[in-house]
Design a protein around this ligand. Structure first.
Ligand code: SF4
Length: 358
């Protein structure tokens, strides 16, 4: 392993098999992997930790997918569902503007009635209030659903939402890009091939996106690496991913956990290795985000020394994590981020969605 890690630092591109071996490490060599990832991070982006001033805006928690791993999306008519109209959406957008955010994440369920016009209108309403913010929304699954409902192509949907004010796409709905796993955790979402096709289409139209992995439920180490390998191949082709956002699964109140199909999410060792091995494997990504809302602030600090270089966003609200038992809270105060950065001896810097300086 020592030789392999030295080779990676010197530029060797990890194979899937080598990465699976690293991910399965259980002894003290996990620290050697983390140290190698920290070294690669330093060589790539230096000793600066970035964050984005952003706000989530939930339009609805009604969702046609009701994925087994999710505690947020609910079927129409279920208790506790909500659906905001123009006035309420713009009220939240005004609040975001007052908070001086540079990014608004529209993060919602895939409402069964949503079509291309629905997404276009919601984006336009937000854009009208906060014209300078990057409106970050639209997973490949949402785009596919909108296209189907409106009877048009996904390319046409992307053009519509772009013209309405979309800034960047969310690389969500990826979960694990292995169809056997998707059949268990999110059977109503687009297939792996469809996800890849749509994200490449958007990148080809000049729209950047994040890349995500949602791990810690029923998938194996091999599945995790297969997923990250799919992302690396796309990045080789398009260069359209801004970053990897590893999402450690929050299991509480989710059907997958409650029915006994999946364990209690990833362990700390798995969180550490997923992030570190991603940094080593994804030689064509500059930025790896540490998802504080999924792993908590203390683990966030550790992961910033294991390959992570971005601390995510201020968020303000995060019902998706809260509904699945997330304890880290909705608002991440930049003062707390600075405390973590100072403690690690690195510089904290605000960025835009696409990693330009603010
Ligand atoms: S993960 Fe997204 S698509 Fe799946 S149920 Fe939750 S909100 Fe709906």
């Amino acid at each position: 392993m020592k030789q392999l890690l030295e080779d990676v630092i010197a530029g060797h591109r990890l194979t899937e098999q080598e990465a699976v071996g690293l991910l399965k490490t259980r002894d003290r060599r996990v620290w050697e992997i983390a140290a190698a990832a920290d070294r690669v991070r330093e060589m790539k982006v230096g000793d600066t930790v970035t964050y984005v001033r952003n706000q989530n805006l939930h339009v609805t928690n009604i969702c046609k997918n009701v994925c087994g791993f999710c505690g947020f999306g609910k079927p129409r008519g279920a208790e506790g569902t909500y659906f905001f109209g123009k006035e309420q959406i713009q009220e939240q957008a005004v609040l975001a503007k007052e908070r001086e955010v540079t990014e608004i994440c529209l993060l919602s369920g895939v409402h069964p009635d949503f079509n291309a016009e629905s997404y276009r209108d919601i984006i336009a309403w937000v854009h009208e209030v906060v014209p300078r913010a990057d409106i970050h929304t639209g997973s490949p699954d949402e785009l596919a659903w909108a296209a189907k409902k409106s009877g048009i192509s996904t390319e046409e949907v992307i053009r519509m939402v772009r013209d309405a004010g979309l800034g960047t796409l969310q690389g969500t709905a990826a979960e694990i890009l292995v169809d056997r796993v998707r059949e268990i955790i999110c059977p109503r979402k687009v297939s792996t091939d469809e996800w890849v096709r749509i994200i490449k289409e958007a990148h080809g139209m000049g729209i950047k996106s994040t890349a995500t992995i949602m791990y810690g439920s029923v998938e194996s180490e091999e599945d995790r690496i297969r997923h990250i390998s799919v992302l690396r191949d796309i990045q080789d082709e398009t260069g359209g991913f801004t970053e990897l956002v590893p999402l450690s699964w929050l299991y509480e109140h989710t059907p997958l956990f409650e029915s006994g199909i999946a364990p209690r999410g990833a362990t700390g060792r798995e969180d550490l290795l997923l992030l570190a091995v991603s940094r080593l494997f994804l030689d064509n990504f500059d930025h790896i985000q540490v998802p504080w809302q999924k792993v908590g602030l203390k683990m966030t600090s550790i992961l910033l020394r294991a390959g992570g270089n971005d601390i995510g966003g201020t968020m303000f609200v995060d019902a998706v994590s809260a509904d699945a038992g997330g304890e880290a809270g909705g608002f991440f105060d930049p003062a707390e981020m600075r405390r973590i950065a100072d403690d690690l001896g690195v510089t904290l810097r605000q960025r835009t969605t696409t990693y330009e300086r603010v």
